[in-house]
Ligand binder design. Structure first.
Ligand SMILES: [Zn+2]
Length: 120
């Protein structure tokens, strides 16, 4: 069965298994605010092992980097658009804050995107 692009996007947004689209990739609970997201070892629905080999998710760092660049660029453009006179230091702080605040989300989405790029 071929998975459509629309289905892949839904699986990424809902962080579901790239094979069955039912099981969650990450644990639900968050231990504390600064905790790293806990990924399940395998799908609770179909048993698909998410980390197929040691270091499998190293490639997801490239995706996380790309997401961070997009968020930093968005923060830069919004800052320039809404504030006419803004210092470089404040602009730097805004961009770094946007990237740091979105790092939890980036970590999760980068891994799910990586799983969906190479599902088998
Ligand atoms: Zn599954």
């Amino acid at each position: 069965m071929k998975t459509t692009t629309k289905k892949r996007v839904q699986m990424i947004l809902h962080e579901k298994c790239p094979i069955c689209a039912e099981g969650a990739v990450f644990e639900k609970e968050k231990k504390h605010f600064f905790s790293i997201p806990q990924m399940k070892e395998e799908c609770s629905n179909c048993g698909y092992h998410f980390e197929r080999e040691p270091g499998y998710f190293i490639g997801a760092m490239y995706i996380s980097y790309g997401l961070g660049v997009l968020e930093g660029l968005t923060a830069f453009l919004l800052s320039k658009f809404f504030v006419s006179e803004i210092s470089h230091v404040l602009l730097f702080v805004i961009i770094i804050s946007a990237i740091l605040l979105s790092s939890y989300w980036n970590f999760r989405k980068a891994r799910v995107i990586w799983l969906n790029i190479f599902p088998q």
